[in-house]
Design a binder for this molecule. Structure first.
Ligand SMILES: *Cc1c(COP(=O)(O)O)cnc(C)c1O
Length: 418
């Protein structure tokens, strides 16, 4: 590889992220003490601030017992409300449209209870053929729940022959042609496998014009690319907080429900005591009074110890801002893309920075074996999607140009692109 190491280090000096805010795992092998961690699209790294925040919540429990619901620095009853505004800012939503709760697939189910309402010939769900398996299973089971046949009802979008990604114009055209059979469009904003960023506003508009409901799975988009869910008119969305949001394994997810659906009493929802207006929650009334807010989709009282890490994470996003993060992300991932071109590694992700987020996917012979050697021999942590994809995601908060350089050199050493 021609690109000198010193050049990557100069770039890091000129364009640093916020690496000191994070714990970086040690390298398992290679020439450097820290891992070149490029798997933040799978599990983000822990902010250093998380530990103290988490312990403060445990200490409040020790000090206050049951009173902690009502008193202390962060009383538990309204605890989730602290997460609402920063989560709303992250995805471009109004606070009333947003709530942090549960995990991603659970939330997709709760949202489909409200927003997948098959009626007559309008009964199909559109997903990508490369949808994450959990999403495929979720939509198939929802279809069966309505007594329909998933083979007839779930339509999987595939790229044109010989192409690796979906084209917006093909999706829009399909919605024009067959839109009256589509009840729900449920796509990934950034595809977990190819790293393709879809044109969310165009597809949302086309889906809604066709009379369908449009929901987005933002697992790989939240904290990765700027989002304006309210302005784009998205019906609903859900995301997780353990990938680009760094809130820890299995962290709580977030949901968005557009303002036009809030307070609708014709929409079915599954309810529990957290669905009702908090002002009347402890009246223990037999009938709920749901607020005109995404909060109405909550069911149980939430896990407080899981919320601290989400709060810490969202504070970081507020401090740095998605616009600044996105611009460093475009530079950082662009640098890795140039290095991959230099070594001749076959990239599956779109070349256009506007059509991708941080992640680049590379086609290799044996992704499992290669990823293991990257980690153990070079200290480069990537993510294998067998049989033949390796995903590399420089995360603008903590990844470095030097990490990208190490990854490209290691791939070249292991014969990728040769
Ligand atoms: C990561 C991911 C999931 C994971 O679902 P959980 O319910 O959080 O376990 C689901 N869908 C997509 C698209 C993902 O990327």
């Amino acid at each position: 590889m021609d690109q000198p190491e010193s050049e990557s280090q100069q770039r890091d000096e000129a364009d640093p992220g916020h690496r000191p805010w994070f714990h970086i795992p040690p390298a398992e092998g290679g020439d450097y003490p820290e891992a070149a961690y490029l798997a933040g699209n799978s599990l983000g790294l822990p902010p250093r601030a998380t530990r103290a925040e988490l312990l403060a919540d445990v200490d409040a429990w020790a000090q206050l017992g049951v009173e902690g619901h009502l008193v202390g620095e962060r009383p538990w009853l309204p605890y989730h409300e602290q997460l609402t505004e920063p989560a709303a800012r992250l995805v471009g939503a109004l606070p009333a449209e947003t709530v942090v709760m549960n995990s991603l697939t659970v939330n997709l189910h709760l949202l489909m209870v409200s927003f997948y309402r098959p009626a007559g010939q309008r009964n199909r769900i559109l997903i990508e053929d490369t949808a994450f398996p959990s999403d495929s299973y979720a939509v198939r089971s929802q279809v069966r729940y309505h007594g329909l046949d998933p083979e007839q009802t779930v339509r999987r979008l595939t790229p044109r022959a010989g192409e690796a990604h979906l084209r917006t114009e093909d999706i829009v055209e399909l919605l024009r042609r067959e839109g009256e059979t589509v009840a729900l469009v449920l796509l990934g904003g950034v595809n977990y496998l190819t790293g393709e960023l879809l044109d969310l506003p165009a597809i949302t508009t086309a889906g809604r014009e066709a009379g369908a409901v449009v929901g987005w799975d933002l697992a790989h988009a939240a904290g990765n690319v700027p989002l304006r869910l309210h302005d784009w008119g998205v019906d609903f969305a859900a995301w997780c907080s353990y990938k680009y949001l760094n809130a820890g394994p299995g962290a709580l997810g977030g949901v968005f429900i557009h303002q036009r659906h809030l307070g609708r009493d014709d929409l079915p929802r599954f309810e529990g005591w957290w669905s009702t207006d908090p002002a009347t929650r402890f009246e223990m009334a037999p009938v709920s009074r749901p607020p005109a807010a995404a909060d109405a989709w909550q069911i149980s009282n939430p896990p407080i110890f899981a919320m601290g890490p989400v709060r810490t994470s969202l504070e970081i996003f507020d401090k740095v801002g998605m616009a600044a993060l996105r611009s460093r992300s475009i530079r950082l991932t662009g640098y890795l893309a140039d290095l991959l071109d230099e070594i001749g590694a076959p990239m599956v992700t779109p070349r256009d920075p506007q059509r991708r987020g941080a992640q680049l996917s590379v086609r290799v012979a044996d992704s499992g074996g290669l990823t293991k050697r990257l980690r153990t021999e070079h200290g480069v942590v990537a993510d294998a999607r067998p049989p033949d994809l390796v995903r590399l995601a420089p995360v603008p908060l903590y990844s470095t140009y030097h990490d990208c350089w190490r990854a490209a050199r290691a791939l070249a050493d292991l014969g990728v692109g040769a």
